[in-house]
Design a protein around this ligand. Sequence first.
Ligand SMILES: Nc1ncnc2c1ncn2[C@@H]1O[C@H](COP(=O)(O)OP(=O)(O)OP(=O)(O)O)[C@@H](O)[C@H]1O
Ligand SMILES: [Mg+2]
Length: 184
Amino acid sequence: MSIVITGNPGTGKHTISSRLAREIGYTILDLNQIAIKHGIFEKRDSTLDVDTKKLARVIKKIITKNTIIVGHLAPYVVERSQIKLAVILRKNPYKLIPVYKKRNYSKKKQTENAASEILGIIAHDSIKKFGLQKSRQIDTTNLTIKQTVNKVKLILKKKFENDNVDWLGMVAKKNDFAKFFPNR
Ligand SMILES: Nc1ncnc2c1ncn2[C@@H]1O[C@H](COP(=O)(O)OP(=O)(O)OP(=O)(O)O)[C@@H](O)[C@H]1O
Ligand SMILES: [Mg+2]
């Protein structure tokens, strides 16, 4: 059975997936790459607008066993029955901003992506789609790449459950809502 690695941009999906794939002998199915290869996207600003209905149809056809399906679109294009596990990578939003800066994201894109992480939108959508039983969260903020990969392997062996993630409480404590949710 296949597994999903999802999460907001910059949480480490591709870094973790490629190393994990090597270590456990799985093949990678990169949702963005598939969308581009099949021309099922439109360019909008600096992002790709993917037609998720079409992508879901393509995925259904090409998915095989022992695949790591990677991408933030996973909850919208992968079916619950197609996977045994969905790992949602989380990262402290204050630590995500420097990752976005390095990628030269616009200020607006930096804030929007960090805000999405604070609200846990991908986590919510993944749990809704794949169910609590198949969904696990890892807080990668203070982990090395190796430690994160090892945590996924522990989850696969049912030796680790979930990290607690509460960015909303953290941002509230710091009185920083205006920073991530500015009035426009
Ligand atoms: N513990 C960790 N696990 C994964 N990545 C980490 C970790 N610590 C630091 N990183 C770094 O985080 C950065 C972002 O990783 P990566 O590009 O894999 O994210 P991504 O989720 O695939 O992003 P996108 O959705 O934009 O493709 C990389 O520079 C990676 O080396
Ligand atoms: Mg990536």
